[in-house]
Design a binder for this molecule. Structure first.
Ligand code: C2E
Ligand code: C2E
Ligand code: C2E
Length: 88
């Protein structure tokens, strides 16, 4: 059945994001790099981002936040469960 998560943490797969190279994800990649710099978080394979930042990015893409999540999912750059990600 459908699982309803109380919080939908947005976690990016950085390797896939930076390797994607598509024009469509260029802004997301640039944004993620800026966040890494601001946090000093350079060595992670994944990056959790703020819901607020997803909203701002969605505006850049002229999409709704859920619409942007759909596109990120299509590109395979979202990590659904970071703990399962590291276990596999
Ligand atoms: P800030 O917003 O004043 O946050 C200061 C510190 O509070 C952050 O240092 C972090 O240790 C903690 N913090 C703030 N919000 C959260 C949160 O939702 N979860 C967790 N776990 N910790 C939080 P940090 O990480 O070194 O970031 C330094 C500054 O860089 C932040 O100052 C903010 O101005 C900027 N920054 C970092 N990450 C992001 C981001 O994802 N989005 C935006 N818009 N700015 C960010
Ligand atoms: P981890 O760093 O060993 O963190 C394990 C769990 O501790 C996290 O599971 C989360 O529930 C909690 N945790 C760790 N740091 C924070 C924090 O700053 N704030 C809060 N509220 N909880 C925290 P989660 O979120 O499922 O993440 C699993 C793993 O994914 C993390 O293991 C880490 O290796 C990675 N990860 C997730 N987000 C980021 C990120 O933005 N940057 C980096 N470098 N790694 C991340
Ligand atoms: P998280 O650390 O588990 O935080 C979950 C939510 O708690 C955040 O969702 C935010 O609504 C609230 N929160 C936690 N710490 C703070 C804080 O210091 N100030 C404020 N104003 N709110 C806080 P949000 O913003 O959607 O962030 C999602 C995840 O992105 C965070 O999960 C954390 O993993 C990451 N993150 C966001 N901002 C920062 C940051 O500045 N530094 C770092 N290192 N990680 C951040």
């Amino acid at each position: 059945g459908v699982r309803h998560e109380p919080t939908n943490k947005i976690v990016l797969d950085l390797e896939r994001l930076y390797d994607d190279g598509s024009e469509e994800l260029a802004y997301v990649a640039r944004y993620a790099k800026a966040i890494q710099q601001q946090r000093g978080d350079y060595n992670g394979r994944v990056l959790s981002i703020r819901a607020d930042d997803l909203r701002a990015l969605a505006i850049v893409y002229d999409a709704s936040p859920s619409g942007l999540i759909e596109r990120l999912t299509e590109h395979g750059v979202l990590v659904a469960d970071p703990r399962a990600f590291f276990a596999s």
